[in-house]
Design a protein around this ligand. Structure first.
Ligand code: GTP
Ligand code: MG
Length: 138
């Protein structure tokens, strides 16, 4: 089965929405197989989002992700990467479908409550960024 890396972002942890967001994942058939709460440093957030380095919102994104704790997690299930992105909804909550996490909880395109890997290769890299082999029970 497939695995993907998910992050519950600071706007959501601040509003105590971790459980409600996790319920959405579980209702969609995604299993939370690893999970931990971290407060990222600016350097760590900057490294995680390095692919967006040239984008105009990079600085703002990094500051936001390091502003308060996040919950990083590994979701597992059939087609987990695509399924997770479906449950998350569009990047901008104004464009997100009804019932998605971003439609229900996101505040703006920046403070959009969740991150999810976008492809098998990035999922692998992003899981390894946060979790060691010991933390990933097969
Ligand atoms: P992720 O799952 O977080 O990667 O979201 P995504 O794949 O839907 O969006 P993308 O990879 O294009 O952008 C990564 C993140 O950068 C988004 O989730 C937003 O938090 C942030 N972001 C994207 N566009 C903007 C923007 O115009 N302004 C701000 N402030 N942040 C943005
Ligand atoms: Mg992305």
């Amino acid at each position: 089965v497939e695995r993907t890396l998910s992050i519950i972002k600071p706007d959501a942890t601040r509003r105590n929405l971790t459980g409600k967001i996790n319920a959405k994942f579980e209702e969609a058939g995604l299993r939370i197989v690893a999970q931990k709460r971290l407060h990222l440093s600016t350097a760590q957030a900057g490294k995680f989002y390095e692919v967006h380095k040239e984008r105009p919102f990079y600085g703002e994104l990094v500051e936001f992700m390091a502003s308060e704790p996040v919950v990083v997690q590994v979701l597992e299930g059939e087609g987990a990467i695509a399924k997770n992105r479906e449950v998350m909804g569009a990047t901008n909550p104004a464009n997100a479908d009804a019932g998605t996490i971003r439609k229900e909880f996101a505040l703006s395109v920046g403070e959009n409550s969740v991150h999810g890997s976008d492809a098998p290769e990035t999922a692998k890299e992003e899981i390894a960024f946060f979790f060691s082999g010991l933390e990933l029970v097969g």
